[in-house]
Design a protein around this ligand. Structure first.
Ligand SMILES: [Mn+2]
Length: 285
């Protein structure tokens, strides 16, 4: 930011010091935010991060400006948010959600504008494998640390991870302004083919159709996967349609479901630079 712009911001801040909303509006109008977009941070953010930051660019710039001017008043907050701004991290939609019950303890860190960095431990290796595929193909950064009463049944852990991951998506999406809202993917895995269609409508509803042969049962089979997606869609405020068209191998069938879900949700959750408001003619989601 040029010296001229910095000084102008100081002046604006003094003029509007009790009217933050006006200050923000003024700043957005004056500067072309895209021109100062994290010079040097592109490599860290990746293409999608930059694109999303461009869409949302105005907000971090303004927070940074406020932080610089109010540094003396709240140093801890300044340090936290400034660090994020320097690394471009604050531009991304990133949340941490914790949930602990008598059956399970789950911690999830999700960045829906990530690059597919995954670290998952649920105690159910096949579930870890599926969630890894979901995040890797959806380009989400996802850390899941879950422990549950697996000696009773994997069901509690599977369902509760679905609930907490749904919460994490819901929190990440915020007021859902600027998102595509809809996303669709059809993904093959050798003999299996699945489509997932997502509408981030805030109207939870799961459709889960299995046309093919269900194959041999595993400890994380097609039906437990459905319970995961039911919990996930409910808490995530999503309408999800999962259609498993066919498949001979159950592992491949479920794998195509999780990959397709990741890709569909990547598209649906991404910010669209042409959309400034909530993608609903009602005005809210
Ligand atoms: Mn596999």
């Amino acid at each position: 930011m040029s010296v001229y712009k910095s000084k102008l911001i100081v002046v604006l801040n003094i003029i509007f010091k009790r009217k933050q909303a006006i200050f923000e509006l003024t700043t957005i109008r004056i500067f072309d935010i895209k021109t100062r977009l994290f010079s040097g941070d592109v490599a860290q953010l990746g293409e999608r991060g930059v694109r999303n930051a461009e869409v949302r660019g105005s907000i971090p710039l303004i927070s940074t400006t406020f932080l610089q001017l109010r540094k003396k008043k709240n140093p801890a907050r300044v340090a936290l948010l400034s660090a994020g701004d320097e690394g471009g991290v604050s531009m991304q939609r990133s949340v941490v959600v914790n949930r602990k019950t008598k059956e399970t303890a789950i911690k999830i860190h999700l960045n829906i504008d990530g690059s597919g960095i995954v670290d998952i431990s649920t105690g159910i290796p096949f579930f870890d494998h599926m969630l890894t595929l979901f995040a890797a193909h959806g380009l989400f950064d996802l850390m899941i640390d879950a422990t549950g009463d697996l000696e009773v049944d994997p069901h509690h852990t599977v369902e509760d991870v679905g609930l907490v991951l749904g919460d994490a998506f819901n929190k990440s999406l915020g007021d859902r302004k600027g998102i595509n809202r809809y996303g669709h993917a059809v993904v093959p895995m050798d003999d299996a083919l699945t489509s997932v269609t997502a509408d981030l409508s805030n109207r939870p509803f799961l459709v889960y159709n299995i046309s093919g042969d269900k194959g041999a049962a595993t400890d994380f089979a097609i039906l437990p996967a459905r319970e995961f997606f039911r919990a996930f869609a409910t808490r995530g405020g999503m309408n999800l349609h999962v259609n498993i068209f066919y498949g001979e191998n159950e592992h491949h069938m479920i794998e195509s479901v999780f990959k397709a879900a990741g890709k569909a949700l990547d598209k649906a959750s991404a910010l669209n630079e042409r959309r400034k408001d909530v993608p609903s003619t009602k005005g809210s989601l």
